[in-house]
Design a protein around this ligand. Sequence first.
Ligand code: AMP
Length: 307
Amino acid sequence: MSLIVVGTMAFDNIETPFGKSDRIVGGAATYIAWSACNFTRPINQISVVGGDFPEEEMQALALRGVNLEGVQVRKNEKSFFWAGRYHMDMNTRDTLDTQLNVLADFNPIVPESYQGSEFLMLGNLVPSVQLSVIRQLKSRPNLIVLDTMNFWMETAMPDLEKVLREIDVLLINDSEARQLSAQYSLVKAAREIMKMGPKYLVIKKGEHGALLFYEDQVFVAPALPLEDVFDPTGAGDTFAGGFMGHIARTRDVSFENMKTAVIVGSAMASFCVEKFGNTRLKELDREQIDSRIRQFVELVNFDIQLV
Ligand code: AMP
């Protein structure tokens, strides 16, 4: 089993009502890799960083089975930078700054050794780059999953529409689903979005869980009620890493297995928010992950007798 992960590797400035961080390591592909490596290896990473990206982070990822051959390092340039501020509810945030830097003219090159990978996770980044990776693959992966955000809907919609036609599963949050479909009802939004290409759609609703849509079926997963949420940054990417990691590990792309993948993704996301940045993800072991997944099972386990 092998998984290609594409996305940003970046620096973030994060402000929450409870604290502030200055230039910590972030980026969609960083979170996805930290999450997915608990389920499947190698992770064939594709990204671009500047000379400022910490070597220790690269080494730590490599030790977790992340293959960095497809990560371009531009020594004299700066990594992608994003700054965001969360509102009191910790579910909504404002982007304060997005500096594309190395991402502005990123031309991804899929290494020969990545060819034949069975699964492709297109994390959040320029839609034309996501498309370019699909086009470079000589054989189509068994499942192509895509994440995106409002920034790309606003700046690169025609390319986003093209890539949506090529994928199997789209992961987005509720406000992005509404923006993409111009529908307020998430059921109507899902119907509209699935007409754009993806057969499966996951709508993440932060502390309210996630919905998985397929044809006229829907599966609902809860979020773990947590006493304290320190930093929701990367929760969506961590979800994506758990979702895709589970599917790559089981090599089963059925709707039934996707339901389990949504639970695994939700469990991983619940860890991410417990500390700033990717700190919590770096501490995890298999036992903690399994016990959290069991907590999710308990959360929604009930018997009902209808007469
Ligand atoms: P999430 O909280 O899961 O939506 O992801 C947050 C991560 O996405 C941060 O670590 C940022 O570096 C990264 N990010 C923010 N804006 C963008 C963007 N426009 N494209 C790609 N990655 C981004």
